[in-house]
Design a protein around this ligand. Structure first.
Ligand code: GLU
Length: 548
């Protein structure tokens, strides 16, 4: 009886690994091409950290003419959540991060290195587990969960390292004969890796982000095949990233401490190990405490949040690049109009510790991104968002021609307006341009320096009767407001006012404010000339009458 007999007994139908080695050959890519992946478990909503990893992975693959693929890691079937795969696929699509290869829907994958869903790769893992058993590098373990508990309790009481290793790895010493007999007798078992490592020896590892790190070798006989016949994460990672010919594993830094185990697995399996890049998580400042963005506590941890708020995907991606590489900001300053696709991401410029999530900064980027859009694009995006999330706004936008005029205010020029950060801002932003909405809401008319009712009335009357003309160009329009200020006895120029503050009660700017507040019930709006042009004389008049 030898290892081969044991392996045949455990996995009688498994193919020889040469079959898979041939089926999934080395990729024919140019030198330096990065093959990388996003490998989420379908255990809940997509976390912004996952999107962050995907942005980085896709960018590096694109930059090097490599491959970015999506693999679904669903070997922990108890934790699987319904629709999670669909969510992952859609989120990547929504953010323009479609994989070159891998899962493209809940059930379909594309590419020659699939299946890309781990639950469909059972026989592949078993082939490699069998291969390890044949060489005495893996063995069946008959310890029951209760025995596992017992071991743990003893280790805890003795204050020693927990785990299945050294003297604690009981089944390591079960002979092949005994193992075969126990299996034939129907005893339950799992398959463990026989670690060749020693805790008192160190390995050196170079991580593409974290730099050089030293670890003790792994000496744990970890489980590779569970009772349900599926692999554990560690084993699947080695087999999949080998067969899918991944060159760079980009993943969360919670996996950094598993590197010694993973390198050992690659080595014992006879695989060339990939490079690793361990990404620090996105953090949040919670009352002075820095902690990870949490799925449970923080709405912004979910990728769906950004769609619901209407933050443009371009802004989210740009923001993520901002946290990824500290030189991004300078690049952006020097290349205001370039697409982020032109930015060259560098792994060695990634921060080693977690960046703080900054919503203010993200919204600021949102404003800049939207300011570059044409009125047409703003309209399309706002409409699309409104259809899903805001019935009232959707109605307002029915008249496309009018909406385009509204969105066209101060847009397409050198200094475009920057007042919309996200599509959910739009309604608040434009509602005063819609009479029914404007009049249906409570308006409080915050008049400023000139607050006397009589004077306000006089300004508004004079303006509409004497000074307003539909055909005035902007300069004439403003000249007339100056004239009006003069007629009221106010300074026609701010300069003049400043030179003689005692001589004047107000200046031309204060007159503008009166007009603006009466028109919109706000002190701050984009260009009033353009607003008046869109409203036209009758609507201006009506607003003035209601504005007092
Ligand atoms: N399925 C693992 C996770 O969700 C993936 C880690 C990896 O990318 O290898 O964390």
């Amino acid at each position: 009886m030898n290892y081969k007999d044991l392996a045949d007994l455990i996995f009688p139908d498994a193919k020889d690994i040469s079959y898979y080695e041939e089926k999934y050959p080395e990729r024919n890519l140019k030198e330096g091409a990065i093959v990388t992946r996003f490998a989420p478990s379908p255990t809940g909503f997509v976390h912004i950290g996952g999107l962050y990893q995907s942005v980085i992975a896709k960018k590096l693959a694109n930059q090097t003419e490599g491959v970015f693929f999506l693999r679904i890691e669903d070997t922990d079937q108890k934790r699987e959540v319904e629709n999670a795969i669909k969510d992952i696929v859609t989120s990547l699509k929504d953010f323009g991060l479609e994989p070159d290869e891998g899962m493209i829907s809940e059930t379909e994958g594309k590419g020659n290195y699939g299946p890309y869903k781990q639950s469909e790769r059972k026989e592949i893992y078993q082939a490699y587990a069998k291969y390890l058993i044949e060489q005495g590098k893996a063995y069946p373990c008959f310890c029951t969960p209760e025995e596992g508990e017992e071991i743990r309790a003893k280790q805890e009481a003795a204050k020693i390292r927990p785990g299945y290793y050294g003297v604690w790895a009981k089944c390591r010493n079960v002979t092949v004969e005994e193992a075969i007999e126990r299996i034939k007798n129907g005893e339950k078992y799992i398959v463990r890796f026989k670690s060749p490592g020693r805790e008192d020896r160190k390995i050196k590892h170079h991580d593409a982000i974290k730099g050089n790190v030293d670890f003790p070798e792994n000496d744990q006989d970890i489980v590779i095949i569970k009772a349900d016949g599926l692999p554990t994460y560690h084993f699947a990672h080695a087999v999949d990233d080998h067969l899918m010919r991944t060159t760079l594993v980009i993943r969360g830094d919670e996996w950094l401490s598993s590197v010694p185990l993973h390198l050992q697995l690659f080595h014992e399996l006879g695989f060339k190990a990939p490079k690793y890049a361990h990404i620090a998580p996105i953090m949040k400042n919670d009352n002075g405490n820095k902690r990870k963005l949490s799925k449970r506590k923080d709405a912004e941890a979910a990728v769906s949040y950004y769609e619901e708020e209407g933050i443009p995907e371009e802004a989210v991606k740009e923001y993520l690049l901002n946290i990824a590489n500290s030189n991004f900001e300078n690049w952006r300053r020097a290349n205001k109009d370039k697409s982020i696709d032109e930015f060259e991401l560098q792994l060695n410029k990634m921060s080693v510790s977690g960046a703080l999530f900054d919503m203010v900064k993200l919204l600021d980027i949102g404003k800049t991104v939207i300011s570059r859009y044409t009125a047409e694009k703003v309209y399309d995006e706002a409409k699309k968002w409104a259809e899903r999330h805001d019935e009232e706004l959707n109605k307002m936008l029915e008249d496309k021609e009018y909406a385009l005029k509204v969105f066209g205010i101060e847009r397409g020029n050198k200094k475009p307006r920057k007042d919309i950060a996200k599509w959910s801002d739009v309604k608040e932003n434009i509602e005063y341009m819609y009479d029914d909405v404007f009049y249906s809401k409570k308006r409080d008319y915050p008049y400023q320096v000139i607050s006397d009712k009589e004077k306000i009335k006089k300004i508004l009357d004079l303006y509409i009767e004497k000074y307003y003309n539909d055909n005035d160009d902007k300069d004439t329009w403003f000249e007339k407001i100056k004239e009006l200020a003069g007629e009221m006895g106010y300074a026609k120029e701010v300069k003049e006012f400043k030179a003689n503050p005692d001589k004047y009660e107000a200046h031309v700017g204060d007159v503008s404010t009166v007009l603006r507040v009466a028109l919109t019930s706000r002190t701050n709006t984009p260009d009033m000339y353009e607003i008046m042009k869109i409203l036209g004389k009758d609507r201006i008049k009506e607003r003035f009458e209601k504005g007092i």
